[in-house]
Structures are given as structure tokens and as C-alpha cells.
Design a protein around this ligand. Structure first.
Ligand code: HEC
Length: 225
């Protein structure tokens, strides 16, 4: 029989003690079944071995020892499955940054163009002066001094139309549809009531807005000095 080294026996004893098994009989193999002469009745299977240990114990010991001490090796959990579509390669911060970009651009442009730089709001006389320069000055003169049409500056227009509504009505229709010689405006006007002489002033209702006509009338009455 091969000699088992003492350190292996010692290890076995410690292992058995740790497992709560009785110590084996000195490492000796259990007594084999007795040779046939004793017959079945005298089978020594249960007979104690030399060490006083039941014969069954050593037989089961190696198996138990082999099974028990193996620590269960925990497999690391598999990484979660990510569908390929989710891995776009676009960093997570791109979406919020893109969402904020228009707001930033709006604030940036607003900072470049402060509201004070916007077009100034014109008074009715200032707006009327622009309408006059474009639509009326060719016939009435740049300063309303008169031309093809009569003089409007110096309060002349107010003398013809003391009432603003009549002034507006005149600009709406002009004189182009009136017969020459038709009187218009204040009959008691100093110097006599005016009459249509040229019948050449166009009707401005439609080509100018009501607000533009109102403004140019205001300019003629109060802006032309
Ligand atoms: C194409 C020339 C012409 C243009 C343009 C013109 N007018 Fe006249 N306007 C006249 C003529 C001419 C008269 C005098 C009536 C006539 O003889 O037909 C007149 C008369 C007037 C009168 C009456 C003045 C008075 O005391 O008798 C007013 C007010 C007037 N125009 C305002 C305007 C305004 C406002 C505009 C511009 C929006 C304008 N006109 C553009 C030719 C013009």
C-alpha cells in the first residue's frame, strides 16, 4: 500500500472535523468484505475497522469531502442587452443642447439689436409729412407753397376746410371726378369760395389708407407753416 504523506492526512482530518464527520481510522482503508467463508450472515460490513469507526464511514467520506467544500463560483451577471438602434453614437448631451440653441440664438440676436434701435414711432404730423412728400408735393409744392394745385401752407387748407371731416372727404375723392367750376369748401372763405379749376387731383381713398389720409390732413392743417 502506498504511504500517504502525513500532511495530507492532517489536511483530511481537519477537513473532516470541519464537516462534523468523525475522524477516519488513521487513513487506513476500511476492511473489505470478509472472504466468503463467513457467509452473508457474518458480513463484516458493519464491523468496526481498526480505528473503531464504522466501516461505512470511510467509504462515504471521500465522496462527501469531494462534494461539500467546493464553493459555488458565482458567475458575473451578463451585461444587459442593448438593441443596436439605441446605440446611435450621439452623445446624450446633444439633444438638450440642440433644444436650447434657438433660445440662445434669440437672446443673442436680441442683445445685438436692443429695442432702442428699432424704428422710432412717428407722430401723426411726422407720418403725414412722409405721405405728403410722396403723394401731394408734386402738385402742391414741397412746402405746400402751391403748384398745379393751390397753396396749402400758412393755414390756407384750414381756411378752405374749417371742418376736418370735409378736408378728409376732399382728399378721399380729389377733384378729378368733379366738373370745372364746381364750388367746394367753406362758402364764407376769406377771398371767396374755391372752385374746381383743373379737375386734376386724384382720389386717394384706396391708394392711401384711412390712417395715412388722416395723417396727411393733419400735416396740411398743422404741419405746413
Ligand atoms: C395731380 C396733382 C395733385 C395731386 C397729386 C394732389 N393734388 Fe390736391 N389739388 C390739386 C388741384 C388741381 C387742386 C384744386 C382743385 C382743382 O382745380 O382741381 C387741389 C386741391 C387740393 C385741396 C384744396 C385746397 C384749397 O384750398 O382749395 C386740398 C386740401 C388738397 N388738394 C390736398 C391734397 C393732398 C392731401 C394730396 C396728396 C395726398 C393732394 N392734394 C395731391 C392737385 C393735386
Amino acid at each position: 500500500m502506498t504511504q500517504v504523506p502525513e500532511y495530507l492526512l492532517e489536511r483530511s482530518r481537519e477537513r473532516r472535523a470541519a464537516l462534523g464527520l468523525p475522524p477516519s481510522g488513521g487513513g487506513e482503508a476500511p476492511a473489505p468484505a470478509a472472504p466468503g467463508e463467513g457467509g452473508a450472515a457474518s458480513a463484516p460490513a458493519a464491523a468496526p475497522a481498526e480505528g473503531g469507526v464504522p466501516a461505512t464511514a470511510p467509504a462515504s467520506a471521500p465522496a462527501t469531502a469531494a462534494e461539500a467544500p467546493v464553493p459555488a463560483v458565482e458567475e458575473p451577471p451578463a451585461p444587459p442587452f442593448v438593441p443596436p438602434a439605441a446605440r446611435s453614437g450621439i452623445p446624450v448631451w446633444v439633444v438638450p443642447v440642440l433644444a436650447i440653441l434657438p433660445v440662445w440664438a434669440f437672446a443673442y440676436l436680441g442683445a445685438l439689436n436692443p429695442p432702442s434701435a428699432a424704428a422710432p414711432v412717428l407722430t401723426p404730423i411726422q407720418a403725414g409729412a412722409q405721405v405728403f412728400a410722396k403723394n401731394c408735393s408734386p402738385c402742391h409744392g414741397a412746402q405746400g407753397e402751391g403748384g398745379v394745385g393751390p397753396k396749402l401752407a400758412g393755414g390756407e387748407a384750414k381756411l378752405t376746410f374749417p371742418n376736418v371731416a370735409d378736408h378728409i372727404a376732399w382728399v378721399d375723392t380729389g377733384s378729378i371726378s368733379k366738373a370745372k367750376g364746381t364750388p367746394y369748401g367753406d362758402p364764407a372763405r376769406p377771398g371767396g369760395q374755391h372752385t374746381v379749376k383743373v379737375a386734376g387731383m386724384p382720389a386717394f381713398k384706396g391708394s392711401l389708407s384711412d390712417t395715412e389720409i388722416q395723417n396727411v390732413v393733419t400735416f396740411e392743417r398743422d404741419g405746413l407753416k
